[in-house]
Design a protein. Structure first.
Length: 116
């Protein structure tokens, strides 16, 4: 079992930055693929970025060059640095831990609102 708790969301102006954190409890954090997803009102949840246990990353085209995913296995935490934010980045951001044998787990989400 893995419990995930996101933090760091908030209200920011266009062009601003935020850093989201996802703290995991439970064992074997380092072997999970960690991902950030987001869901805007009236839209389906979409993948934002992932990072493997080895540190390989993937980004959706819409955030490439603006967002950075990273992980600190010693702290059982994955981060998402959001830069150059746009109004269309407004959404609830969710953290996910996934492993082919151990299953997948979601956090409760953190709201990011980009507005002037």
């Amino acid at each position: 079992q893995v419990q995930l708790v996101e933090s760091g969301g908030g209200l920011v102006q266009p062009g601003g930055s935020l850093r989201l954190s996802c703290a995991a409890s439970g064992s074997m954090f380092s072997i999970y693929v960690m991902g950030w997803y987001r869901q805007a009102p009236g839209k389906e949840r979409e993948l934002v970025a992932t990072i493997t246990s080895g540190g390989s990353t993937y980004y959706a085209d819409s955030v490439k060059g603006r967002f950075t995913i990273s992980r600190d296995n010693a702290k059982n935490t994955v981060y998402l640095q959001l830069n150059s934010l746009k109004t269309e980045d407004t959404a609830v951001y969710y953290c996910k831990a996934a492993h082919v044998s151990l299953g997948s787990y979601w956090g409760q989400g953190t709201q990011v609102t980009v507005s002037s």
